[in-house]
Write a protein that binds this ligand. Structure first.
Ligand SMILES: *Cc1c(COP(=O)(O)O)cnc(C)c1O
Length: 486
């Protein structure tokens, strides 16, 4: 067998040639989007249409055009008009570290399968732990996403707080966690995976300002325990995804100490504020948390998907997936921090630590401060802009870079306004100039903006509001509804 095809697959000169072409293409893409040479943040296609394109391309498309077609026919997170979901416009240097990870393909589960990235992971997570304010006993590791990290943290919590050996024997008692009704749905999902059931997810209502209502904690805790549910953890959002509002971590910490609960902070979005001198206060109390999740691909300019799970007492991470409660032994023995697969849910993972390290080495930690601070400033600024416009209403004054608002002009009822705002968002999507998202809060349909791009300016945001207003007015008049122009 000559293996001609396989030789072609692994041809290093071919790689060099295509790689150079691709880098040029991506650099052009970056320049086009950042400088708005491309007008749109997205060129919307219906899913069936897009499917047809790629089915056809597979048989008749020009292979040379493949990478550029993929790049073109999708969402441009580097465009300043991309202000939708909470994904970073990846720092270009992390596309390069991503390439190293893809080509070297070290599996990372054991030290031998990724020596440099394993050691680097320790360096990076030590920096993060220190930044949180954790002591020497703290440790962290990287894992594939906030969803998985939250589940892992809750598994660690259960192992640490529940006296009997559920891992081996299964549930014999009702267990539960306390969480705000505004928490990310993945916390709910994690609890269900753990077999807690609906009754084991004690959802504390949020205040009018969408943060966990602390004054209800005692009652909800008492009610649950009276029903025979053993609460082992409480989760704070920092901030909650829909509204960008932070729970009161100090108060939750105090509550968790009183009842010996594991205190987990879901900082997937805003945990990065540990780096912001100006916004560090949003996380006050986080150093008391037993565990904290921070997504690198959200507020830290990294490519999907890389998440840090940090623990105040690192030994708990060693016990999460261990067959016995043997972490005290491993501690006395020696700590093999370098075999990350023992502590992560996944076995193989990518060499994600190099994105963090590369950014810190190339630009210094200060780059995270600048990024988070600027974006939070912009979110608040946009909040002010919306507030000044009588045609619009904020769901809540923004405290981060997430802003929920809606068009409210005219004398429409909630349902009509919901329809109107949903129509506006669909129009924006199909138009493609701006990419924003939407969310429902207590039955009210809101438009939702997350300022993720440091080059989104107040002018862009003004243009967005103008576009929404113009379109909303058009729709209202089509619907033959009363409305005055201003
Ligand atoms: C995005 C987000 C998650 C989920 O994280 P993934 O990395 O998307 O899995 C969890 N919690 C919060 C608060 C988030 O914002």
């Amino acid at each position: 067998m000559k293996k001609q095809l396989l030789k072609a697959v692994y041809d290093s000169e071919e790689f060099r040639k295509k790689g150079h072409i691709l880098i040029d293409q991506l650099a052009n893409h970056l320049a086009d989007k950042l400088q708005e040479k491309s007008k749109n943040a997205i060129y919307w296609n219906e899913p069936e249409e897009e499917l047809k394109f790629w089915q056809d391309f597979l048989s008749t498309g020009d292979e040379k055009a493949m990478f550029s077609k993929i790049t073109e026919r999708t969402t441009y997170v580097h465009h300043p008009h991309y202000i939708g979901h909470q994904v970073s416009p990846a720092a270009p240097i992390t596309a390069l570290s991503g390439m190293i990870s893809s080509l070297l393909n070290n599996g990372m589960a054991v030290y031998e399968m990724g020596m440099a990235p394993s050691a680097i992971e320790r360096v990076v997570t030590d920096i993060l732990c220190k930044k949180v304010g954790y002591g020497d006993a703290s440790r962290g590791f990287l894992t594939s996403g906030g969803t998985l990290a939250n589940l892992t943290a809750l598994l660690a919590a259960r192992k640490a707080k529940v006296a009997y050996d559920i891992w081996n024997e299964g549930h014999s008692e009702s267990l539960g966690i306390i969480v705000s009704e505004e928490a990310h749905y993945c916390v709910d999902r994690a609890a269900k995976i753990m077999g807690l059931g609906e009754k084991g997810i004690i959802k504390v209502p949020a205040t009018d300002g969408y943060e966990m209502n602390i004054s209800l904690l005692e009652n909800y805790y008492r009610e649950a325990t009276e029903k025979g549910i053993q609460i082992f953890a409480i989760v704070g959002s920092a901030p909650s995804t829909a509204t960008g509002v932070y729970d009161n971590l100090e108060a939750i910490a105090a509550f968790s100490q009183k009842y010996h609960l594991w205190f987990h902070v879901d900082g997937a979005h805003g945990g990065a504020a540990i780096f912001s001198k100006k916004y560090r206060h949003t996380l006050a109390g986080v150093e008391k948390a037993d565990s904290l999740v921070i997504d690198g691909h959200k507020m830290m300019m990294m490519p999907t998907i890389t998440t840090a799970l940090l623990m105040r007492e690192g030994k708990h991470a060693n016990a999460t997936f261990s067959q016995k409660a043997e972490y005290l032994l491993t501690q006395a023995d020696h700590e093999d921090w370098y075999n990350s697969g023992k502590r992560t849910f996944e076995c193989t993972k990518n060499m994600m630590s190099i994105h963090w390290y590369t950014l810190i080495k190339a630009y210094g930690e200060g780059v995270f401060d600048e990024y988070v601070t600027h974006l939070y400033d912009m979110g608040r600024f946009f909040g002010e802009m919306v507030k000044e416009e009588p045609a619009f209403e904020l769901a809540v004054a923004p405290v981060s870079n997430i802003v929920c608002f809606r068009y409210v002009k005219g004398s429409l009822d909630t349902e009509a306004l919901n329809n109107l705002n949903a129509k506006v968002r669909q129009h924006l999507l199909e138009d493609g100039k701006f990419y924003i998202v939407q969310t429902k809060l207590r039955g009210v349909h809101y438009l939702r903006v997350t300022v993720m791009n440091p080059f989104t300016t107040s002018q862009h945001l003004r243009m967005l509001l103008k576009k929404i207003r113009t379109y909303a007015e058009e729709v209202s008049s089509q619907l033959n509804l009363t409305h005055r122009s201003f």
